[in-house]
Design a protein around this ligand. Structure first.
Ligand SMILES: [Zn+2]
Length: 183
């Protein structure tokens, strides 16, 4: 399988989206370059807290994966809430996706900019498709960027379940990412 190493939106772009804070950039770089810690997929919740987000698991309405809310007590001023109804792997991706909304869309002059509601299936909530795609790219770059997915394919080949376990995400997320790297 012929793969590109880098996504069109990769860690370099994530770095550009971050505030000019050397310590935070270092934490992001370390997260992406170390997909496995102590022989398991590294903790996404610990990472999000480390860079200044509140993180909560709550019973959200069916179909809503997560949301980003104002939180005066956290360093970023935001709290990431993920649904208790979705799998642990989906929760991990949702945390990174919400971080994408914060760093890519947080400065918008938009009354909805503080509150993103992530839904799947029927759109009973307000969803901006281009913003959803951008938040997805951000999460993907953090998880698989810096040539990490290409390296993992070197170890596991095209074995989707093994790749999903390696990164601690769903097979669907790996499959979408692989398609973006194919020639
Ligand atoms: Zn979203």
């Amino acid at each position: 399988m012929q793969l590109r190493e880098y996504f069109p939106y990769d860690v370099r772009d994530v770095m550009r989206a971050l505030p000019p804070d050397g310590d935070m950039r270092h934490k992001f770089r370390r997260f992406t370059l170390n997909p496995r810690v102590d022989n398991r997929a590294r903790s996404v919740a610990a990472f999000a807290k480390d860079v200044g987000f509140g993180v909560e698991i709550e019973q959200l309405p069916r179909g809503m994966n997560g949301k980003l809310q104002s939180d005066p007590w956290s360093d970023t001023g935001k709290r990431i809430v993920v649904s208790s109804r979705i799998s642990r792997e989906a929760q991990r991706f949702t945390v990174l996706h919400e971080m994408g909304h914060h760093f890519r869309h947080g400065e918008d002059d938009n009354p909805f900019a503080d509150d993103f509601f992530d839904v799947s299936g029927s759109n009973v909530f307000y969803v901006d498709e281009s913003k959803e795609r951008e938040a997805h790219e951000f999460a993907e770059a953090l998880l698989f960027g810096g040539a990490q997915l290409t390296a993992a394919v070197g170890l596991h080949g095209n074995n989707l379940p093994a790749l999903a376990r390696y990164f601690g995400v769903t097979e669907r997320v790996v499959s979408i990412a692989l398609n973006k790297l194919r020639y």
